[in-house]
Design a protein around this ligand. Structure first.
Ligand code: ACO
Length: 436
């Protein structure tokens, strides 16, 4: 870490001695005030529920400038990666810090490809689930279960184990998501076909059957690959912080990633793409574009508890750069499928326009996030709404792993252990039950 010339001074109005706090500079972005010695020297904690002002770690992987609406993976703008690279290039970049050259690209593809199959026993494990189980419930179980199948890569402190666990997770997630889908609809599983690209292989495992030849559609493969790139990492969000916290106890990588999958499921995080599409469908059912005004009124009513799903972000106070790319992909996919007049897409664009001009959204800097359009793209591809968050988990797995590995390699890492402001009863004695 680069120390800053500036020091922060913390003073107290009750005459307690003040304290100088060192500061560190990032390569870009805000400086941080180092409060690690604060408790030892003052007996006081800081209070920051939701981590609004707290950097929980140092990282070299992803940078977000929320005011500018900028997202960089290892310094590269997301727009350039989404246009010039594929998902496996992006995985390589996130894991190793640089984009691959031709040889590294070929080697990495081969390495991932040779791990796409899952232990045959996994399908019997999957069979224990109800067919109508939510795919994220299934994925939480399946990913956690990987640690029971791959004992030779469960030591988080062994770099070789971490490397092989990383490749296994990236390679097997598409297979597991497709298996969860096929199980839900009662179709036979399709084994991976390693002559295909990562994303074409996923499309085949999802949509092919053993009865017919399957020819992946290039536009749709490119769209799903872009969805993977855009969701691959996003700095210290809730699920990534969950993975880091879980991994900080020394648990195995599969267990830590399963914790990330569980966290991602929530509607304020990865579940928002499902919630956004459900919201659009409901507005459509209730009258469509004509009813947008009424819906926006509800959203602005604090007592209604209705939110415009796919809008707003903890960090972006500008248009989410991923949402722009997703909107572009949406046009491309709907065009290729002859769905240019898709009513849900038209509704989404009308809703976006109205919201972006409305004082409520302008004042709160609420802009569309990546989930606003990704649901429409996935639905057009044929992915059922309930599977959206599982696709997100598939894509985010590489980010979780890169962040986990970075944490383990950081000499300053410790088990995560936040403190609290206690508001409960002071010490008291247990009374006999007759006196309570
Ligand atoms: N619709 C209506 N109002 C909103 C929305 C929304 N989508 N998002 C925020 N607001 C309002 C809040 O009510 C609050 O208003 P107030 O100041 O009058 O009380 C203000 O904007 C600030 O919102 P917070 O909830 O404090 O913002 P926070 O940073 O905590 O929340 C979050 C961010 C959770 C993403 C929120 O915007 C939200 O719930 N959005 C909808 C869900 C969604 O799309 N999530 C996807 C996130 S991206 C991802 O995970 C890939």
């Amino acid at each position: 870490m680069t120390p800053s010339d500036v020091k922060a001074t913390l003073s107290f109005s009750d005459g307690s001695p003040s304290m100088d706090l060192p500061m560190f500079k990032g390569s870009i972005g805000p400086d941080v005030i180092d409060i690690r010695k604060l408790y030892a020297q003052t007996g006081k904690f800081t209070y920051d529920p939701g981590f609004l002002s707290t950097a929980s770690c140092q990282s070299t992987i992803t940078y977000i400038d929320g005011d500018k609406g900028e997202l960089l993976y290892r310094g590269y703008p997301i727009e350039q990666l989404a246009t010039n690279c594929d998902f496996l290039d992006t995985c390589y970049l996130l894991l190793y810090g640089e984009l691959p050259n031709v040889q590294q690209q070929a080697d990495f593809k081969k390495l991932v490809t040779t791990h796409t199959m899952v232990n045959e026993q996994m399908q019997f494990f999957l069979r224990g689930f109800r067919r109508d189980a939510h795919p994220m419930a299934v994925m939480t179980g399946l990913v956690g279960a990987l640690s029971a199948f791959y004992h030779d890569s469960t030591d988080i402190n062994n770099p070789k184990h971490r490397e092989i666990a990383a490749i296994r997770l990236i390679a097997k997630m598409p297979t597991l998501v497709a298996m969860a889908y096929k199980y839900g609809i009662g179709q036979p599983y399709m084994y991976p076909k390693n002559s295909l690209s990562y994303s074409a292989n996923f499309m085949r495992m999802m949509f092919a059957t053993p009865c017919e030849e399957y020819e992946p559609n290039d536009v749709l493969v490119r769209a799903i690959d872009r969805i993977f790139i855009l969701h691959a990492d996003h700095e210290q969000n809730a699920s990534t912080s969950t993975v880091r916290l879980c991994g900080s106890s020394g648990t195995n990588p599969f267990a830590a990633i399963a914790a990330g999958v569980a966290c991602l499921w929530g509607p304020a995080h990865g579940g928002a793409n499902e919630a956004a599409l459900n919201m659009l469908e409901e507005i459509q059912r209730n009258g469509g574009v004509e009813k947008i005004g009424e819906f926006i009124k509800q959203v602005k009513d604090k007592n209604s508890n209705v939110k415009l799903m796919g809008f707003g972000h903890r960090v972006y106070k500008n248009y989410d750069p991923r949402a722009k790319l997703m909107r572009e992909t949406c046009h491309e996919v709907l065009g290729a499928l002859g769905l240019g007049n898709d009513p849900l897409f038209k509704l989404a664009m009308a809703l976006e326009k109205i919201a972006l001009e409305d004082e409520y959204f302008v004042a709160r800097k609420l802009y569309p996030n990546v989930d606003f359009y990704s649901g429409i793209v996935q639905r057009a591809i044929g992915i059922p709404v309930s599977l959206f968050t599982a696709i997100f988990a598939l894509a985010r797995t590489v980010g979780w792993i890169a962040q986990l590995n970075e944490m383990i390699g950081d000499p300053e890492y410790k088990i995560g252990r936040p403190r609290q402001l206690y508001h409960g009863s002071p010490r008291r004695d247990v009374k006999p039950i007759s006196q309570r």
